[in-house]
Design a protein around this ligand. Sequence first.
Ligand code: BEZ
Length: 212
Amino acid sequence: MGLKLGDIAPDFEQDSSEGPIRFHEWLDGKWAVLFSHPADFTPVCTTELGFTAKLKDEFDKRNVKAIALSVDSAESHTKWIGDINTTQNTLVNFPILADEDRKVSELYDLIHPNASETLTVRSLFVIDPNKKVRLTITYPASTGRNFHEILRVIDSLQLTDNYKVATPANWKDGEDVVIVPSIKDEAEIKERFPKGYTAVTPYLRLTPQPNR
Ligand code: BEZ
């Protein structure tokens, strides 16, 4: 059965393009994005890994480490990284797990046999500093992921961990947020949201992003 939100991301030891990795140790108390792709030397994956490398400053700002995975060897990853760097005009700056024995793929349920018997699907996990899974998404092999959306969700998670708010549809960092319905007491609202709020309905209350 697949991982669920709130589960502890399973620990593992596996080889990678940067040498062996013990996952929980590698996390080092940071947020992480672990994402799988179907195979090395494939076009969509090449663009995804190149784009992720270019987002390093954005990941660093949010205290996030990236780690990719496919069921190819570390030697293959190293050769492919050369192609990614050249074609995407970047330098891959995160490890790619070499999951040849599918140890991690099985732990994280990354092979979906009705999609492909052998290749991993395009899954992605956001893991928090307590090693809890906070986001899971799975895309088909033919659709590259939107990494701006991943950053947007991380912004939402980091905000809502610290304030009693939730983020509405299509929210982006800096926009108004909603006050969680469990807060009813006016005095508490005033204290927590000194910038004020607008009650569109009694349960839809908008307030400026509190940490801005
Ligand atoms: C790709 O990454 O380009 C890809 C991989 C497997 C199937 C289709 C596309």
